[in-house]
Design a binder for this molecule. Structure first.
Ligand code: NDP
Ligand code: MG
Length: 399
């Protein structure tokens, strides 16, 4: 049995992963799980899977869970704080796998801890790469850790690349593999057709109602602004060692194709399937094999007709900001990510309007000029400075 640790176990990706694990109880042992503060979500996981250890970042929630478990006579060890989450990240050991699905920058320390311990990492937490891409892959190479993408577009690209590239993720030679372009597709979110002047009136409820995917509130808002595609642009750059000019963002509202790779001879490889995260999760967990993920087969006779278009940066200024930050480097992408997290949080709690998300991020990027950003300390310092600047920008706009 292969050991697996699930970080972000109570979230949307966490639940989809548990569903895949339930179908393969003889192949995987859930040895550790971590979340933020959802005591009851974690309690249900412990009762069902009996992991050796769990961590809740929030100390009060961790204490509450340990009391309940003691009352039920369950021996699972309950840890807390970032250190506890990092211990869960390394629990599977070198032959195991850690699935990183904590949302936002909070997921970086534990993902890095897994990589530094030579563990295979199935990575959903794209923010970790946006913040630390170069360091992340340098550490992965130094410690012989394999990184497998879980984000659906990156899983699609991974599947469309030859095995030499799959085996050298982070350092692959796309030119040698004959690749001419990576085509990163996105649905365009719920406001693809909304008149531009109506964007100012958009509510959090409308923003999190994604037309195709069912996801957590932060990534759903990022999908509406297409910041998600911007973060994925940066993620693709690091995962596939791709220069910016080799990645093209394409809007594809039906989300039938999950991304494509275009080759020099004119061939285009596409990965097609239902929009269900269990497919890319299973691809990473069972790699290089394939296994049942509980996903219905794709029915071509009932598929919608497919459309493709270039993104309009007036509608999606966040995408443009992310692509610019990508050109500037890790200091700018870290600042972009931090500012976006603060702005999305302020939007979801009703403090700023929808168009303010892009303007807060833009203000922070034009004011913050971090120097060299490579080590974890430098990244966290750039992250803190950008958050501070973003909070000020939010205050100036607060409704
Ligand atoms: P959710 O908001 O649904 O879940 C987030 C998870 O992170 C929860 O388990 C939450 O715990 C946990 N968490 C939050 N803060 C901390 C912390 N400080 N320490 C430990 N755990 C913490 O998010 P999603 O599942 O939607 O997304 C997770 C990641 O996967 C994101 O990076 C996202 O971009 C990426 N992703 C998601 C996709 C999707 O379809 N949902 C698709 C592709 C990528 P708690 O419940 O206790 O708050
Ligand atoms: Mg994605």
């Amino acid at each position: 049995m292969r050991k697996i640790s699930l970080l972000g176990a109570t979230g949307s990706i966490g639940r989809s992963t548990l569903d895949v694990l339930r179908r393969h109880k003889d192949e995987f042992e859930l040895c550790a799980a971590a979340c933020g503060s959802d005591t009851h979500g974690m309690l249900a996981i412990v009762r069902e899977f009996r992991p050796k250890m769990v961590a809740l970042y929030n100390q009060k929630s961790a204490l509450e869970l340990s009391k309940i478990l003691a009352g039920e006579g369950i021996k699972t060890e309950v840890l807390s704080s970032e250190q506890g989450v990092c211990e869960c990240a390394i629990a599977p050991g070198k032959d195991g796998i850690t699935l990183c699905a904590i949302v936002g920058s909070a997921g970086l320390p534990s993902a890095l801890a897994a990589v530094k311990n030579g563990i295979t990492v199935a990575l959903a937490n794209k923010e970790a790469l946006v913040m630390s891409g170069r360091l992340f892959f340098d550490e992965a190479r130094a410690h012989n850790s394999r990184v497998l993408p879980v984000d659906s577009e990156h899983s699609a690209i991974f599947q469309c690349l030859p095995s030499e590239c799959q085996d050298t993720i982070g350092f692959c030679d796309l030119n040698k593999a004959g690749v001419s372009q990576i085509l990163l597709t996105g649905s365009g979110g719920p406001f693809l057709k909304l008149p531009l002047e109506d964007l100012a009136k958009v509510t959090p409820k409308q923003a999190v109602s994604h037309p195709v995917w069912s996801m957590g509130p932060k990534i759903s808002t990022d999908s509406a602004t297409m910041m998600n595609k911007g973060l994925e642009f940066i993620e693709a750059r690091y995962l596939f060692n791709a220069p910016d000019h080799m990645i093209k963002v394409l809007i594809h509202p039906q989300s039938v194709i999950h991304s494509m790779v275009s080759y020099k001879d004119g061939a285009v490889m596409a990965q097609i399937g239902r929009p269900d995260m269990r497919t890319p999760i299973a691809r990473a967990l069972f790699y290089p094999d394939r296994a049942d993920a509980g996903v219905e087969p794709f029915d071509f006779t009932r598929a919608p007709s497919m459309q493709f278009m270039d993104p309009d940066f007036k509608r999606y200024p966040c995408l443009k900001l992310a692509m610019q930050a990508s050109l500037e480097g890790q200091g700018a992408t870290t600042a972009l990510n931090a500012a976006n997290e603060v702005a999305v949080d302020a939007f979801l709690s009703g403090r700023i309007g929808y168009p303010d998300i892009a303007s807060v991020v833009s203000d922070v990027l034009s004011s913050e000029r971090p120097g060299t950003v490579y080590t974890l300390d430098e990244i966290m310092q750039a992250d803190r400075a950008a958050r501070e600047a973003a909070r000020k920008a939010v205050e100036e706009r607060a409704c």
